[in-house]
Design a protein around this ligand. Structure first.
Ligand SMILES: N[C@@H](CCC(=O)N[C@@H](CS)C(=O)NCC(=O)O)C(=O)O
Length: 223
Protein backbone atom coordinates (compact mmCIF):
# COMPACT_ATOMS: atom_id res chain seq x y z
CA UNK A 1 0.00 0.00 0.00
CA UNK A 2 1.11 3.59 -0.58
CA UNK A 3 2.41 5.33 2.52
CA UNK A 4 2.16 9.13 2.76
CA UNK A 5 4.09 11.06 5.39
CA UNK A 6 2.62 14.45 6.16
CA UNK A 7 3.02 17.29 8.65
CA UNK A 8 0.34 19.02 10.70
CA UNK A 9 -3.01 19.38 8.97
CA UNK A 10 -3.40 22.82 10.54
CA UNK A 11 -0.27 24.25 8.98
CA UNK A 12 1.30 22.13 6.26
CA UNK A 13 0.24 23.42 2.87
CA UNK A 14 2.49 21.07 0.90
CA UNK A 15 1.20 18.11 2.90
CA UNK A 16 -2.36 19.07 1.97
CA UNK A 17 -1.39 18.92 -1.71
CA UNK A 18 0.23 15.48 -1.35
CA UNK A 19 -2.74 14.17 0.60
CA UNK A 20 -5.30 15.48 -1.89
CA UNK A 21 -3.25 13.90 -4.69
CA UNK A 22 -3.41 10.52 -2.91
CA UNK A 23 -7.17 10.92 -2.46
CA UNK A 24 -7.56 11.87 -6.11
CA UNK A 25 -5.60 8.78 -7.21
CA UNK A 26 -8.32 6.57 -5.73
CA UNK A 27 -5.58 4.23 -4.44
CA UNK A 28 -5.60 3.11 -0.82
CA UNK A 29 -2.89 4.78 1.23
CA UNK A 30 -1.63 4.79 4.77
CA UNK A 31 -1.24 8.24 6.28
CA UNK A 32 1.49 8.97 8.80
CA UNK A 33 1.56 12.35 10.54
CA UNK A 34 4.87 13.66 11.82
CA UNK A 35 4.17 16.82 13.86
CA UNK A 36 6.40 19.58 12.57
CA UNK A 37 9.09 21.17 14.70
CA UNK A 38 8.42 19.21 17.92
CA UNK A 39 11.27 17.49 19.85
CA UNK A 40 11.17 14.49 17.53
CA UNK A 41 10.93 16.44 14.25
CA UNK A 42 14.61 16.85 13.47
CA UNK A 43 15.47 13.23 14.22
CA UNK A 44 12.54 11.83 12.24
CA UNK A 45 12.73 14.22 9.30
CA UNK A 46 16.41 13.39 8.83
CA UNK A 47 15.96 9.65 9.23
CA UNK A 48 15.33 6.80 6.80
CA UNK A 49 11.57 7.43 6.76
CA UNK A 50 12.10 10.80 5.02
CA UNK A 51 15.18 10.02 2.93
CA UNK A 52 16.06 11.66 0.57
CA UNK A 53 13.48 14.41 0.93
CA UNK A 54 15.82 16.84 2.66
CA UNK A 55 13.68 16.71 5.78
CA UNK A 56 10.45 18.00 4.26
CA UNK A 57 6.89 16.75 4.00
CA UNK A 58 5.08 15.36 2.08
CA UNK A 59 6.91 12.12 1.34
CA UNK A 60 5.22 9.31 -0.54
CA UNK A 61 6.46 5.73 -0.42
CA UNK A 62 5.25 3.44 -3.18
CA UNK A 63 6.72 0.11 -2.09
CA UNK A 64 10.47 0.82 -2.23
CA UNK A 65 10.17 3.96 -4.36
CA UNK A 66 10.16 7.32 -2.60
CA UNK A 67 8.67 10.51 -4.08
CA UNK A 68 9.09 13.62 -1.98
CA UNK A 69 7.79 16.71 -3.64
CA UNK A 70 4.13 17.61 -3.98
CA UNK A 71 4.15 18.13 -7.75
CA UNK A 72 6.21 14.98 -8.26
CA UNK A 73 3.66 13.12 -6.13
CA UNK A 74 0.86 14.42 -8.37
CA UNK A 75 2.76 13.26 -11.46
CA UNK A 76 3.69 9.91 -9.96
CA UNK A 77 0.08 9.17 -9.07
CA UNK A 78 -1.16 10.40 -12.47
CA UNK A 79 1.27 7.96 -14.14
CA UNK A 80 0.32 5.20 -11.73
CA UNK A 81 -3.45 5.59 -12.27
CA UNK A 82 -5.14 7.60 -14.99
CA UNK A 83 -3.78 10.96 -16.14
CA UNK A 84 -7.33 12.17 -16.75
CA UNK A 85 -7.98 12.05 -13.01
CA UNK A 86 -5.45 14.85 -12.63
CA UNK A 87 -5.12 16.72 -15.93
CA UNK A 88 -7.66 17.93 -18.50
CA UNK A 89 -7.85 15.79 -21.65
CA UNK A 90 -8.00 18.77 -24.00
CA UNK A 91 -4.51 19.85 -25.12
CA UNK A 92 -4.89 23.59 -24.67
CA UNK A 93 -6.58 23.13 -21.27
CA UNK A 94 -3.84 20.70 -20.21
CA UNK A 95 -1.10 23.07 -21.33
CA UNK A 96 -2.60 25.80 -19.21
CA UNK A 97 -3.23 23.45 -16.27
CA UNK A 98 0.37 22.25 -16.26
CA UNK A 99 1.65 25.82 -16.44
CA UNK A 100 -0.57 26.90 -13.55
CA UNK A 101 0.46 23.95 -11.38
CA UNK A 102 4.14 24.64 -12.12
CA UNK A 103 3.70 28.36 -11.43
CA UNK A 104 2.03 27.61 -8.11
CA UNK A 105 4.88 25.29 -7.22
CA UNK A 106 7.63 27.77 -8.06
CA UNK A 107 6.15 31.19 -7.28
CA UNK A 108 4.36 33.51 -4.84
CA UNK A 109 7.14 33.72 -2.21
CA UNK A 110 5.56 36.75 -0.53
CA UNK A 111 2.17 35.14 -0.11
CA UNK A 112 3.81 32.04 1.32
CA UNK A 113 5.97 33.97 3.75
CA UNK A 114 3.43 36.54 4.84
CA UNK A 115 0.34 34.36 4.94
CA UNK A 116 1.40 31.01 6.38
CA UNK A 117 -1.30 28.36 6.24
CA UNK A 118 -3.40 27.94 9.37
CA UNK A 119 -6.78 26.34 8.68
CA UNK A 120 -7.82 26.80 12.32
CA UNK A 121 -7.60 30.59 12.36
CA UNK A 122 -8.84 33.82 10.80
CA UNK A 123 -6.99 37.13 11.03
CA UNK A 124 -9.58 39.82 10.25
CA UNK A 125 -7.44 42.94 10.44
CA UNK A 126 -4.47 41.69 8.51
CA UNK A 127 -3.20 44.02 5.75
CA UNK A 128 -1.22 42.33 3.04
CA UNK A 129 1.88 44.01 1.65
CA UNK A 130 2.01 45.41 -1.91
CA UNK A 131 4.21 42.51 -3.05
CA UNK A 132 1.74 39.96 -1.73
CA UNK A 133 -1.16 41.88 -3.26
CA UNK A 134 0.55 41.66 -6.66
CA UNK A 135 0.79 37.87 -6.25
CA UNK A 136 -2.84 37.62 -5.14
CA UNK A 137 -3.95 39.56 -8.23
CA UNK A 138 -1.86 37.29 -10.45
CA UNK A 139 -3.52 34.22 -8.90
CA UNK A 140 -6.99 35.72 -9.33
CA UNK A 141 -6.20 36.47 -13.00
CA UNK A 142 -5.13 32.87 -13.55
CA UNK A 143 -8.23 31.52 -11.84
CA UNK A 144 -10.42 33.82 -13.97
CA UNK A 145 -8.71 32.70 -17.21
CA UNK A 146 -8.97 29.01 -16.37
CA UNK A 147 -12.62 29.28 -15.33
CA UNK A 148 -13.56 31.36 -18.38
CA UNK A 149 -11.70 29.25 -20.92
CA UNK A 150 -11.97 25.75 -19.54
CA UNK A 151 -14.24 25.69 -16.49
CA UNK A 152 -17.65 25.17 -18.05
CA UNK A 153 -17.85 21.46 -17.11
CA UNK A 154 -17.99 21.99 -13.34
CA UNK A 155 -17.19 24.33 -10.43
CA UNK A 156 -13.41 23.80 -10.39
CA UNK A 157 -10.69 25.63 -12.34
CA UNK A 158 -10.84 23.25 -15.29
CA UNK A 159 -14.37 21.98 -14.63
CA UNK A 160 -13.63 18.73 -12.81
CA UNK A 161 -11.51 18.63 -9.65
CA UNK A 162 -7.90 17.98 -10.63
CA UNK A 163 -4.20 18.70 -10.17
CA UNK A 164 -4.51 22.48 -10.41
CA UNK A 165 -7.19 22.60 -7.71
CA UNK A 166 -4.95 20.39 -5.58
CA UNK A 167 -2.05 22.79 -6.03
CA UNK A 168 -4.16 25.89 -5.26
CA UNK A 169 -6.21 24.42 -2.37
CA UNK A 170 -3.88 25.88 0.31
CA UNK A 171 -4.14 29.27 -1.40
CA UNK A 172 -7.90 29.05 -0.97
CA UNK A 173 -7.51 28.39 2.75
CA UNK A 174 -4.99 31.26 3.04
CA UNK A 175 -7.44 33.66 1.40
CA UNK A 176 -9.97 32.58 4.04
CA UNK A 177 -7.52 32.77 6.97
CA UNK A 178 -6.28 36.23 6.04
CA UNK A 179 -9.73 37.35 4.86
CA UNK A 180 -8.40 38.55 1.53
CA UNK A 181 -11.21 40.16 -0.50
CA UNK A 182 -11.88 38.36 -3.78
CA UNK A 183 -14.32 38.92 -6.65
CA UNK A 184 -17.57 36.95 -6.85
CA UNK A 185 -16.35 34.30 -9.29
CA UNK A 186 -13.36 33.53 -7.03
CA UNK A 187 -15.57 33.32 -3.93
CA UNK A 188 -17.75 30.79 -5.76
CA UNK A 189 -14.70 28.73 -6.72
CA UNK A 190 -13.37 28.90 -3.16
CA UNK A 191 -16.71 27.68 -1.82
CA UNK A 192 -16.53 24.68 -4.15
CA UNK A 193 -13.05 23.84 -2.83
CA UNK A 194 -14.00 24.34 0.82
CA UNK A 195 -17.14 22.23 0.41
CA UNK A 196 -15.27 19.39 -1.23
CA UNK A 197 -15.55 16.35 1.08
CA UNK A 198 -11.77 15.86 1.29
CA UNK A 199 -11.18 19.49 2.21
CA UNK A 200 -13.85 19.27 4.89
CA UNK A 201 -12.21 16.11 6.25
CA UNK A 202 -8.77 17.75 6.29
CA UNK A 203 -9.96 20.94 8.00
CA UNK A 204 -12.02 18.97 10.53
CA UNK A 205 -9.03 16.77 11.37
CA UNK A 206 -6.88 19.89 11.79
CA UNK A 207 -9.24 21.14 14.52
CA UNK A 208 -8.57 17.94 16.50
CA UNK A 209 -4.80 18.17 16.35
CA UNK A 210 -3.20 18.90 19.73
CA UNK A 211 -0.05 20.59 18.36
CA UNK A 212 0.40 24.35 18.24
CA UNK A 213 3.22 26.12 16.40
CA UNK A 214 3.28 29.59 17.88
CA UNK A 215 4.81 31.37 14.91
CA UNK A 216 1.84 30.41 12.73
CA UNK A 217 -0.71 31.52 15.29
CA UNK A 218 -0.42 35.24 14.51
CA UNK A 219 0.17 36.99 11.22
CA UNK A 220 3.57 38.60 10.71
CA UNK A 221 3.66 42.35 10.36
CA UNK A 222 2.88 43.35 6.77
CA UNK A 223 6.05 44.63 5.11
N1 LIG B 1 8.64 21.88 -2.69
C1 LIG B 1 8.24 21.01 -1.62
C2 LIG B 1 8.06 21.82 -0.37
C3 LIG B 1 7.93 20.98 0.88
C4 LIG B 1 7.98 21.82 2.14
O1 LIG B 1 8.59 22.92 2.18
N2 LIG B 1 7.34 21.32 3.21
C5 LIG B 1 7.34 22.01 4.49
C6 LIG B 1 6.00 21.84 5.22
S1 LIG B 1 4.65 22.61 4.41
C7 LIG B 1 8.33 21.35 5.43
O2 LIG B 1 8.45 20.14 5.44
N3 LIG B 1 9.01 22.14 6.24
C8 LIG B 1 9.87 21.61 7.24
C9 LIG B 1 11.21 22.26 7.29
O3 LIG B 1 11.46 23.14 6.46
O4 LIG B 1 12.00 21.85 8.16
C10 LIG B 1 6.96 20.27 -2.05
O5 LIG B 1 6.41 20.67 -3.07
O6 LIG B 1 6.54 19.28 -1.42
Amino acid sequence: MLKLIIGNKAYSSWSLRGWLACKQSGLPFQEITVPMFDEEWHRRSHGAEFAPSGGKVPVLWDDKTVIWDSLAIVEWLADRTDKARFWPRDDSARGMARSMAAEMHSSYPNLRRECAMNVRKQFPNFEISDDTRTEVLRILDLWAEARARHGSGGPYLFGDFGAVDIMFAPVVTRFVTYMIPVPRFAATYMEAILNHDWMRDWIEAAQEEPWVIERYEAPPEAQ
